[in-house]
Design a protein around this ligand. Structure first.
Ligand code: ADP
Length: 505
């Protein structure tokens, strides 16, 4: 059976082996086996550049989630739970190696499915995913408890107390479509390093790279049932996972709106929850900044990944004296960006991921103009096929406008002038329900640190933007989330602490 129907503009650019992989309906991974949905249902996965079908994928629902959770529990109580940290670490490291061995193939899948340029996926998404497994593999042998000197007044010196960190158990992980492989890596690697087992619900828009990763996980020697991957829709598979009584913890990345639903679903059994949600990040440019570096950095801050980053620098505060120059420089950069099919080597920006996102982003553009904003460049969709939107710079905005307040999740920058780097600037930058990231551009190092300290954000970049590292914690203040991804900090998302005290006298 040949499923793919998308046209030559994309498929001719990928190797025959990948076309063959796509030509089969893709099953889900439960208990180490590749199976179809219990309902027999499948859903279409589309190429956002052509709006045509790439393949079909098994559509998991509550019954498949239940089977996956049971498999994860059995694996936790079975070989995985008994495996030495060193062997576990080696398997996790091998996963990272296998990702790098399949660099091109994974980047091609990511490009076809999500729309992002192959050239970007090849240097960003895929190597960063591998690095996350490599980095986390080292933690498997370093999750240590502590000796605690207790005072116990009634019987001093009679007890020995220490803590023993233990895996939290079966983890339900729900991920979005903007960095499909990387989000899977951010979630899976720390869960495995801490000894948890997982049911991963991938985004319905972009299930393919995680399914291919599932094949590599098995090749790396992960025991059956340690990671189960169930594609499906949010209100069926996702909701069933968040509410399943056999799940000890839910880790979610996605919209703040759905984050609330996850918390509600998980609240019945008071499951532990970590959330990485939306953002409307301020990026602040002082008049003494290096103008060329700032224009390049602020452009990347908003346009990287087509603006589909929760941490995108979407509110650019520019000091009045240099406002016109910086805004015009970014607009000029936006005009030079070459839109196209992700697999075309000349493409710098692909389509948005889906028709829904296309509608959402163009809706925001319309609302911005209706409320009085002006597009220095862009401001509309591009082309007559695929979900392309022109990179846009909006000026003449007011603080109450929807384009200023709400997360657009597209290539749309709001440029806002300010007079002085004083309390009113900090107040404006922090005037958002979100608190994920922020940027500061200035040659004055002390001032940059003062501003960074006052921004309510989980990450602050100074004279740079979008600098991520497996070792650096990432996550949000306020409604941008609970807990941190990556670094040593993420481990606490997946661990319980047991205090053990024994009488020794
Ligand atoms: P976006 O709006 O960017 O598409 P979402 O927050 O809607 O992001 O989706 C992120 C992930 O959450 C996806 O895997 C999606 O299927 C899932 N999801 C959506 N709705 C729910 C829900 N009610 N319960 C659990 N998961 C959901």
């Amino acid at each position: 059976m040949n499923i793919q129907t998308t046209d030559s503009s994309t498929l001719e650019r990928v190797p025959a082996a990948l076309r063959e992989w796509l030509a089969k309906p893709r099953p889900m991974l439960i208990n180490g086996k590749w199976v179809q949905a219990k309902s027999g249902k499948v859903f279409d996965v589309n190429d956002p550049a052509t709006e045509m079908r790439l393949t079909t994928v098994a559509e998991g629902d509550a019954a498949d989630i239940d089977a996956a959770v049971r498999a994860a529990r059995a694996a936790l109580d079975g070989p995985w739970g008994r495996m030495s940290p060193s062997v576990r670490g080696r398997i996790i490291h091998r996963i990272g190696d296998l990702i790098l061995e399949h660099l091109d193939e994974l980047a091609q899948l990511e490009s076809l499915d999500n729309g992002k340029p192959f050239s970007v996926a090849r240097v960003a998404d895929v190597p960063l995913s591998a690095d996350m497994f490599h980095y986390m593999s080292g933690w498997a042998t370093k999750i240590e408890g502590k000796y605690i000197p207790i005072s116990n007044l009634a019987a001093p010196g009679q007890y020995l107390s220490f803590t023993r960190p233990e895996p939290i158990g079966v983890v339900g992980q729900i991920i979005p479509w903007n960095f499909p492989l990387l989000m899977a890596a951010w979630k899976l690697a720390p869960a495995l390093a801490t000894g948890c087992t997982v049911v991963l619900k991938v985004a319905e828009e972009t299930p393919l790279s995680a399914l291919r990763l599932g094949e590599l996980l098995m090749e790396a020697g992960l025991p059956d049932g340690v990671v189960n991957i169930v594609p499906g829709f949010g209100d069926t598979a996702g909701a069933a996972l968040a509410a399943h009584p056999g799940v000890d913890k839910v880790a979610f990345t996605g919209s703040t709106e759905v984050g609330r639903l996850i918390v509600q679903a998980a609240s019945r059994d008071l499951k532990k929850v970590s959330l990485e949600l939306g953002g409307k990040s301020p990026n602040i440019v002082l008049e003494d900044a290096d103008i060329d570096a700032t224009i390049a950095g602020a452009s990347a801050g908003i346009f990287f990944n087509h603006g589909q980053c929760c941490n995108a620098g979407s509110r650019l505060f520019i000091q009045e004296k240099i406002f016109d120059k910086v805004a015009a420089g970014i607009a000029a950069n936006a005009e030079k960006i070459k839109l196209g099919v992700g697999m075309d080597p000349l493409t710098e920006m692909g389509p948005l991921v889906s028709e829904v996102q296309y509608g959402r982003v163009t809706g925001y553009l319309k609302s911005g103009m209706e409320e009085g904003a002006r597009a220095l460049t862009g401001g509309a969709a591009a082309g007559n096929r695929g979900y392309f939107v022109k990179p846009t710079v909006l000026v003449d905005t007011k603080p109450a406008m929807k384009v200023v307040r709400e997360e657009i999740f597209g290539p749309v920058l709001v440029a806002i002038p300010f007079k002085e780097a004083d309390d009113s600037l900090i107040a404006a930058a922090n005037d958002t329900i979100y608190g994920l990231a922020a940027g500061v551009w200035t040659r004055d190092g002390a001032k940059a640190q003062q501003i960074a300290n006052r921004l309510k954000a989980g990450t602050v970049w100074i004279n740079c933007y979008h600098v991520f590292d497996s070792a650096l914690p990432f996550g949000g203040y306020k409604q941008s989330g609970w807990g941190r991804e990556m670094g040593q900090a993420v481990l606490s998302n997946y661990l319980e602490t047991k205090a053990i005290t024994s009488r020794i006298h």
